[in-house]
Design a protein around this ligand. Sequence first.
Ligand SMILES: [Zn+2]
Length: 364
Amino acid sequence: MQSQDDPEPTVRIRDLKKDRADFVLENVDLAFANSLRRVMMADIPTIAIDMVEVDTNTSVLPDEFIAHRLGMVPLVSTNCDEAMKYNRDCTCMSFCSYCSITLILDVSCNEAITMDITSNHLDVVAAPTDIYAAEGGDELTKRSTDFGHPVGKNRPGVPPVLICKIRKGQALKMKCIAKKGIAKEHAKWSPCSAVSFEYDPYNKLRHTTHWFEVDERGEWPVSDNAREEDPPRDDELFDFNAKPRKFYFEVETDGSLGPQEVVMKGLKELQTKLANLILGLKHDTEVDMINGQDQQLAVPAPAADAWGGGGGGGGGWGDSSGWGGSSSPSRTGGTSAWGGASPTSGGGSGGWSSPEQQSNGWTV
Ligand SMILES: [Zn+2]
């Protein structure tokens, strides 16, 4: 945690493209940086095909094989938080336009060629007026026009996702129901194709002291991030108390969400988890007080520093809400707080385990 003398955390954006962001996060500890990385990968909702009704499949691939491939197709999920309900939270009977998107895949091959079926063949069915629709919210009005469409559909220069190949006389007809979810349930809901960070590019923390084979420096190739730091002097003594405080992040998305949205929602999600933790602790304190124990748990509110304020030179992430500001749990469904996993998460994939350092300085 931050002590009072520590400078405030800063974010400095070095590069921002349509599908990737490169930024430097400073003045936080390793656990926080890794928490942010894991949250961005696993806790941000997107939409993905979750149910497939097969009408015709005369291709060489079995139904479940194609269903799996369809699930992995990234769909535009901008503002998914507000534009769609979780199916499990919806009041409809099975699924409705508030909690699902319907896509149709209907392709047949009538010529003597090998035909590619791609994500460009997936057509979104306009939201019907459902008989069993949930009580109306404003979700539908918060959707962009391409919400739920395959990423890059019919956009020149963006290759579509190949689903299957068929020959003359073969056909594929399927109805796909896309739902909102998070990657703790299934990796198809992850908005990120890769999130990584590097720290200590010069290996001043001596990750390889017991690992190098012949040449300690030669076996630690220095990355471009080294330009941000001073090289160690030959006579520099090892600082036993040094801790990593500067992290070079690279966030790459699959196109379902923009990198800026991923980082902002990642911070917000972390904030929510912390708020849940504080709420949980407060509850315990109150219980203790009721029991006559005059015990106050010291739960310092996170310092109100500015994530959106940006670091020197790079600017911030726009209208970020203040870290430590008031925040309420955004998910319903009984998710627990810190360390908790989503209701459907399996095994140990979630949670907040402490990072392990590998010899190459990346965390896993
Ligand atoms: Zn519904």
